[in-house]
Write a protein that binds this ligand. Structure first.
Ligand SMILES: Nc1ncnc2c1ncn2[C@@H]1O[C@H](COP(=O)(O)OP(=O)(O)OP(=O)(O)O)[C@@H](O)[C@H]1O
Ligand SMILES: [Mg+2]
Length: 276
């Protein structure tokens, strides 16, 4: 019986990752989530290749953020399965998915306002767990060294995101755009292989916007896969070779941005959703 179980598991692994190719960063299948009578996500499947970038667009209320919450594990789907880097995570809580390399930024960033920017980033360090507290008591010297190394890394990430000058300020002083950058810094601290970005450009002034786009490109160039929700279509066209269009929880279209946006049905879905 054991061998039958492990044979099945082995077969699943093989089917999920053909030889010589990395498995998709994200593979979600048949995801469904209803809130009361509203199907926020309705039998949706999405695949993002390792190291790829996929845009996720659709009108307000289409279910984009809900899809992120299902992938990240902060919401449980009513149906459907999720794999991260070829491994089934459907039954895993959010923190296990983070440990597997899944990062997520929020549509509305909520940093700890009284902690400094650096401290905010440090809270996302992979070692911040209960076990670590116990280890700290047993071998304080080693942990202190690790923590110093993590602080150095946090400062490097802040420099990469042009936040060095506010590193020791409380996070509440940050502008909207800087809060978006802090979100990104916290995600990078956990060494992700795939990042879900929920509207990284919303409310960001144009000067900072170009910088954020440039950093997203650089993060992706370093091999991190990115799934990005964005209403700014110019930004989507710049960043994403491919987009998935959602409407009323469902897959509406998928393809190159300029191709799907020429599609009359897609335009209609957007105008309908915006109530115009
Ligand atoms: N926690 C919740 N409880 C009840 N309904 C919810 C909840 N979260 C989302 N919804 C509903 O699910 C639908 C999808 O919402 P969601 O936030 O996923 O849309 P979205 O595509 O991210 O929209 P936006 O572009 O405005 O951010 C909406 O009808 C919303 O009101
Ligand atoms: Mg949303």
């Amino acid at each position: 019986m054991n061998s039958a179980v492990s044979d099945t598991a082995a077969a699943e692994r093989v089917s999920a990752s053909p030889p010589g190719r990395l498995p998709p960063a994200i593979e979600a299948s048949g995801l469904t989530k209803a809130f009361g009578g509203v199907k926020a996500v309705d039998d949706l499947s999405v695949s993002l290749e390792a190291g790829g970038i996929l845009g996720l667009i659709g009108p307000n209320g289409a279910g984009k953020t809900t899809l992120f919450s299902l992938i990240a594990g902060s919401l449980r789907p009513d149906a459907g399965t999720i794999r991260i880097a070829g491994e089934s995570v459907s039954r895993e809580p959010a923190h296990r998915r983070i440990a597997r390399g899944l990062g997520r930024t929020f549509q509305i960033p909520r940093p700890f306002p009284l902690m400094t920017v650096l401290e905010n980033v440090m809270t996302a360090s992979p070692g911040q767990t209960g076990e670590r507290l116990i280890a700290n008591l047993l071998v304080p010297g080693r942990i202190a060294r690790q923590e110093r190394a993590e602080a150095v890394r946090a400062r490097e990430i802040l420099a990469f995101l042009s936040l060095s000058q506010v590193a020791d300020q409380p996070a509440r002083v940050l502008s909207g755009g800087q809060r978006k950058l802090l979100e990104l810094a916290r995600v990078l601290m956990a060494r992700p292989r795939v990042i879900l970005l929920d509207e990284p450009a919303a409310g960001v002034n144009p000067a900072l916007l170009d910088f954020i786009v440039e950093r997203i490109v650089e993060i992706n160039r370093q091999g991190v896969a990115i799934l990005i929700i964005e209403h700014n279509m110019e930004l989507v066209e710049t960043l994403c070779p491919r987009v998935l269009v959602m409407a009323e929880g469902r897959r509406f279209a998928e393809g190159a941005p300029h191709t799907v946006m020429r599609d009359a049905a897609v335009v209609e879905a957007f105008l309908g959703g915006n109530g115009s």
